[in-house]
Design a protein around this ligand. Structure first.
Ligand SMILES: NC(=O)c1ccc[n+]([C@@H]2O[C@H](COP(=O)([O-])OP(=O)(O)OC[C@H]3O[C@@H](n4cnc5c(N)ncnc54)[C@H](O)[C@@H]3O)[C@@H](O)[C@H]2O)c1
Length: 330
């Protein structure tokens, strides 16, 4: 059994707790969260013991940690866990600041800690199949990637105020997907952001509607579009166009039942939000992490992927400010 400690018993921590509790090779030994109600809920559901950070990291029987706490705590917990010899699964982003991200990556490198970043979309069955089929050369050489990523509704003002802005919290997943599907690093980026949906975003000088164009050194292109309003549900689609054809992964719906009548042909709206839409991917990313801890090898989405996606967020912010295509400096 692999003994694991979970940091953060909030929304995504609860998803991870459920998947860890169900895993045959895992014992969710501890949960750490300064909010007693949140920690107690997970403890009651999973049998995990509520402890503090030092107790968890000081226990030699804990071989891995899952960090699903508030963003500003990730880097500190990850560095402490790495120096305590633990393997680390860390939610995105590693940190909102590149300097602190780099300091964390230094510790990961020096300690040789196993580190996986929570880019769960790489483990989505459809996106995974799409990537496999690109690699199998079914569409020849990749030329264009189009990523549509629209949330069904805006964030609350409170959630927005404690986050790092839409690019670093939301688009970061799309930037990772862009790198993954392009198969090359973007070297130039243009971003434009607007506030069309909710005044809460404008109040924080943030954007609720955004578009991005990325280009790699060989000329491959990617277009990402984000909105925090999609009246028809959580809109998550990826299209990849290549020299021999096109692959696309569409939205997931609760059922495949379709009604045809005199007015129209209609079917279910997409699954409402990320917990439902990406349920399989959250389970699969932790399966991968456990396999890596067990086999003492590095996960296939790691600290460097977390850092590069953050660099793309920073470049996007610079582009919105300058109004120009910006070079990406990794
Ligand atoms: N990969 C994804 O799809 C995905 C989805 C949602 C959130 N996230 C990320 O996960 C993180 C948590 O998001 P959330 O929506 O679950 O937030 P949340 O507010 O629901 O939960 C965060 C929890 O962390 C706890 N916490 C704060 N400081 C802590 C510390 N030092 N140690 C342990 N726990 C601590 C809080 O008390 C809270 O219960 C964020 O970084 C977010 O960006 C990722």
């Amino acid at each position: 059994m692999i003994n694991i400690c979970l940091f953060g018993a909030g929304l995504i921590g609860s998803v991870h707790a459920g998947n860890l509790a169900r895993h045959a090779k895992v014992k969710l030994r501890y949960v750490v969260d300064p909010r007693p109600d949140a920690a107690q809920r997970i403890a009651a559901l999973t049998g995990a013991e509520i402890v503090d950070t030092d107790t968890a990291l000081g226990d030699a029987e804990i071989s891995a940690v899952v960090i699903a706490s508030a963003t500003k705590t990730h880097a500190q917990i990850a560095m402490q866990a790495a120096t305590s010899g633990k393997a680390i699964f860390c939610e995105k982003p590693i940190d909102l600041d590149i300097g602190r991200t780099d300091a964390c990556l230094d510790v990961i490198k020096k300690t040789g800690a196993i580190f996986q970043i929570g880019f769960n979309r790489r483990f989505d069955p459809s996106f995974r199949a799409l990537k496999r089929r690109i690699e199998a050369q079914e569409i020849g050489s990749v030329e264009q990637v189009i990523i549509t990523s629209r949330d069904p509704e805006p964030e609350t003002e409170e959630a927005l105020a404690s986050g790092g802005g839409v690019f670093r919290e939301m688009t970061i997943h799309d930037f990772d997907m862009a790198r993954h599907m392009l198969g090359e690093e973007p070297t130039e980026l243009f971003a434009t952001g607007s506030s069309l949906v909710s005044p809460a975003y404008a109040k924080l000088s943030d954007f609720d509607t955004a578009m991005f164009i990325l280009r790699t050194a060989s000329g491959r292109q990617c277009h990402i579009n984000n909105s925090v309003r999609a009246s028809y549900g959580y809109d998550q689609r990826v299209e990849v166009h290549g020299s021999k054809g096109m692959l696309k992964a569409g939205n997931r719906t609760p059922t495949s039942v379709e009604l045809s009548d005199a007015r129209a042909i209609s079917r279910d709206k997409p699954l409402f939000f990320f917990v439902e839409r990406y349920a399989e991917s959250y389970a699969a990313e932790l399966d991968h992490f456990v396999e890596c801890v067990d086999g003492k090898r590095n996960p296939h989405v790691g600290a460097d992927d977390g850092r590069k996606a953050m660099i793309l967020c920073e470049t996007a912010l610079a582009s919105v400010k300058s109004g120009r295509l910006e070079p990406v400096r990794y």
